[in-house]
Design a binder for this molecule. Structure first.
Ligand code: FAD
Length: 354
């Protein structure tokens, strides 16, 4: 009998995508990436699922260009630089990434666990590592009355498949990198594209801003200063938006609205998996970093224990100890032999350096 640990119905019907692996990692932040390395040295294969469209968690999303000074042996490294190095370090273990997907369900089965995402990915595994950081990054909803009615039908906060936007009249709203990147990428597919931002200055990379203004010159898109104050349509089907700008209100015909107002972090579905929580953090022991549910581990910013420090290096240490414990669950009959990468030819073969 399956024992459900908790579920949130995403309400989205999509083609199912099934996989089997040793360990599923919820999140692809720095703790999760280093966990792939430690698990890989012990011959455990991993799939990682993250709601963001790229690996790196907070480092990649919140402060990619900021220098970090407290990573052991790296006197200074940019946050994105650290993510790039971690990705290089785990390459030999060929982890599978499911990006742009939120893990919604975690279910215990006779042989381990089944993990499901809101994109209908289902992965069967023997152990789960929750490395969900401050929780899932979720888009901020703009203050437009009645926008909820259109969400998932005409209003989208991310682009999973560009093809879904082909032939539409697109209205992109925002002034950051996401708004500008999607403006440039979707323009060739769209029937028409209008970008709306409340001022002519953008927070996006200057190169993207220049390209956008060049496209406007060539009349390939419209740029309007203002804010969307009202949506016009029925039954979730959008026809137009009212944009209030310096000259008053204008009606912009659109069938798809893409607001990019940044992301907030919320604990999200993790709260429903029946794990012991302490102020929205997952309680773990400090020998195995296992949660109150055997076989479900938790590392990085999302966990708590006496003396916990929310630092990247804490996640790395926790990953190493967790991997030893996960190995005993996935391969209970195999002896775990402690080895150094400097001297073990077996580890060096796994790393492709022997
Ligand atoms: C501005 C800033 C500066 C910082 N500077 C430093 C520093 O100098 N040194 C240092 O050590 N630390 C620093 N930190 C903290 C450091 O970034 C965190 O400790 C680190 O990112 C934690 O890594 P993590 O992998 O545990 O979680 P995160 O980086 O938060 O990654 C967790 C990932 O899990 C995903 N996720 C969560 N729930 C789900 C779900 N249900 N489904 C799918 N995906 C999910 C999230 O989308 C996220 O990508 C800084 C943080 C900030 C914000």
């Amino acid at each position: 009998m399956n024992k459900p640990l908790g579920a949130i119905d995403s309400g989205v019907a999509m083609a199912s995508n099934f996989a089997e692996t040793d360990v599923v990692i919820v999140g692809a932040g720095p703790s999760a990436l280093f966990a792939v390395f430690e698990l890989g040295l012990l011959d455990l294969k991993c799939h990682l699922i993250d709601i963001l469209d790229r690996p790196g968690g907070q480092c990649a999303e919140l402060y990619p260009e900021k220098p970090i000074y407290d990573i052991p042996a790296l006197p200074v490294v940019s946050a994105q630089g650290l993510v790039d190095r971690l990705m290089e370090q785990i390459r030999p273990f060929e982890p599978e990434f499911h990006l742009g997907e939120m893990v919604t369900e975690l279910e215990r089965t006779e042989s381990g666990f089944r993990v499901r995402s809101d994109a209908n990915t289902t992965i069967a595994c023997k152990a789960v590592v929750v490395a969900a950081g401050g929780g899932s990054f979720q888009p901020k909803r703009p203050p437009i009355p009645g926008i909820e009615e259109y969400e998932g039908r005409s209003v989208f906060y991310s682009v999973r498949r560009m093809e879904d936007f082909r032939g539409h009249d697109l209205l992109v709203v925002g002034g950051g990198d996401s708004a500008l990147d999607w403006t440039l990428n979707l323009q060739p597919l769209a029937r028409s594209l209008t970008l709306v931002h409340r001022r002519p200055e953008f927070r996006a990379s200057p190169d993207s801003v220049n390209k956008m203004y060049a496209m406007q010159e060539e009349r390939r898109l419209e740029f309007q200063i203002g804010q969307v104050v009202r949506l016009i349509g029925e039954g979730g089907v959008l026809e137009a938006a009212i944009v209030k700008g310096p000259e008053g209100e204008v009606r912009v015909a659109c069938t798809r609205l893409l607001p990019f107002f940044g992301l907030t972090m919320k604990l999200g579905p993790v709260a429903h998996w029946g794990l012991n929580l302490n102020e929205e953090l997952i309680e773990v022991d400090t020998a195995r970093f296992e949660t109150s549910e055997p076989g479900i581990f938790s590392i990085g910013d999302i966990n708590t224990y006496p003396g916990k420090l929310k630092l990247i290096l804490s996640g790395f240490h926790e990953a190493a100890l967790m991997a030893q414990a996960a190995k005993r669950i996935v391969h209970p009959n195999q002896r775990v032999v402690f080895q150094y990468t400097t001297s073990s030819t077996s580890l060096q073969k796994k790393l492709g350096v022997a």
